[in-house]
Ligand binder design. Sequence first.
Ligand SMILES: Nc1ncnc2c1ncn2[C@@H]1O[C@H](COP(=O)(O)OP(=O)(O)OP(=O)(O)O)[C@@H](O)[C@H]1O
Length: 234
Amino acid sequence: MLEAIHLHKRYHQGDIDVVAVDHFSFRFPPGLTAVVGPSGSGKTTLLNLLAGFDVPTEGEVRLDGTVLSRLSEDARSEVRLKHMGFVFQQWNLVPTLTAWENVAFPMMLAGIGQRERQARAAALLESVGLEKRAHHLPNKLSGGEQQRVAIARSLALNPPILFADEPTGNLDSVAGAKVVELLTAQAREGRTVILVTHDLELARKAERVLYLRDGRLIQVEETRPNPEIPGRAS
Ligand SMILES: Nc1ncnc2c1ncn2[C@@H]1O[C@H](COP(=O)(O)OP(=O)(O)OP(=O)(O)O)[C@@H](O)[C@H]1O
């Protein structure tokens, strides 16, 4: 379980202090949670704190009880490798590697043997509908296809948590809808998926929407009942 407790992040910009995240507390349950807010409201800073890329000025992020900011940077990298997957607005695929090699790459870093890498990369590309594009280089794929490769890659080590920061920002609406469908499918499988977006329509496809303003969590909207929670009407 990923949990933010009184998370606070202040930056110094010259003589002034900027509060990017202001005493944010939330427990992220499994399923799809969207984070929305205007530009500068702290969405990316929040994501960086939750993933342990950055450390808070006050407060803490706990992952299954472990406080991320008390770990060394190396230990936080290890936690990310084992527990978190990332999908960004820019697909960040390695341009000289094929779709298949891009998906297999994190598995190589994690020391997974070649046969298992082959089988898992093939299954992941199939799950995003790209088995026929496995041997294409990224520049031979459309933006939507590249993003689907990035999703397959983010799942390579089977992380329980998936962060997606504006994953549809560079895509047309059809390709964007497909990406959100894939993220929703991951959430249904029990992953904790955190989607940062400007797009309210997209956000409302999530089970809950967190509204940020000036770094503060101003509203939590439950958009649809979670069928996993007994006793709630569907
Ligand atoms: N490294 C930094 N140093 C100083 N100020 C920063 C830094 N990173 C972010 N900020 C400030 O913190 C605030 C929140 O920024 P952040 O990028 O988290 O917002 P955002 O909601 O992700 O914006 P956008 O939607 O435009 O990406 C802004 O006022 C920004 O200028």
